[in-house]
Design a protein around this ligand. Sequence first.
Ligand code: SAM
Length: 369
Amino acid sequence: MANSNLAQAKAAKNDEFYTQYADIEKEIQAYLDYNDGVFKGKTLLLPCDDPEWSNFTKFFAQNFERFGLKKLISTSYAPDSKLFKTPYQPTLFETEHPQFDPAKTQVRGKIFTLTHDTSGDGRIDVNDLQWTYLQGDGDFRSKEIIELRDEADIIITNPPFSLFREFLAWLQEGGKQFSLIGNMNAITYKEVFPLIKENKLWLGNGFHAGNAYFSTPHGREYADGVFDESTGLVKFRNVCWYTNIDHGRRHKPLPLMTMEENIRFSKHKEIKGQGYQRYDNYDAIEVPFTDAIPADYPGVMGVPISFLDKYSPEQFEILGATESEGRGFSGDLWRNESRVMQPLVGGERVYKRIFIKKRAEQNENHIKN
Ligand SMILES: C[S@@+](CC[C@H](N)C(=O)[O-])C[C@H]1O[C@@H](n2cnc3c(N)ncnc32)[C@H](O)[C@@H]1O
């Protein structure tokens, strides 16, 4: 198979990962803990879903009244349009419904809507979802889904990973509140990092202990330790939520030691008794571990990408990232006479870094031993 075909096949598989109920609940609860009215009176769109069995649709339908939602809309992508083909079998829910149309089931997307009690049981929940086929295949870039985006106040989903950049651009065009699941590598994409730097986008509360579990039709292709035969789930450690909905964790400053304390007590041998090195080609010190960020250092520090999971905009300012991710990311920190864009320490390349500086008012915010 030619390389491009291989890459295409891999990308196609990357699109089929189904999110766990508990992971959705944990993330959404963090938004509610911060602002319990976050969904009140709002229209919520869940695109790129499979509403008959998606946990996103189930979770928001079951909590429709508690969250005070005005309208829930959920759409799916037609089986024939999916890049990754699995044998298609419509659900009983669909085939037993009077609307079922064998001519449409594989080529059209579906739309599920929830606004009021239709079953007459006195409550609004999953039993009140109304559905119909879409005009098209449910592609988020199609006119009818764009219209739904424009109607919505908030958009939440786990989009196809292979179209992450496009999906984020589509959200930006809509200018709505959103939360979506994506790969952590996306942090340094040129379409993503500038938004993070400007505090227009941040990481969500996150998966439990950083482990994201998904069901997928091709789990068996993953190694032991990633795929668990007994649960049928794959586990990824490099997946996070990207959102512009506020939550409490991002306003909690990281507890940190001073530079002197780190040099005396750090658990990292690279720092303890050693101190901090400077980059050869960037005007900053190298901090290889987030928990070794010196609380009292007034200059620029290069920190691992995973720092963003602990980032509080009141504690630190993000100045840029290493140039290897996109030209112009590091402001004037790069000594470009070195021509090497990866950060170098003593001539050795280190991992990509984000450059941060503490906010002035955080001078005294550190742990005293
Ligand atoms: C990562 S899965 C997540 C599904 C569901 N939201 C969940 O979390 O369980 C992304 C879904 O988007 C669908 N998809 C792929 N390309 C799409 C497109 N252009 N427009 C809409 N959906 C698409 C995939 O087939 C897949 O079902």
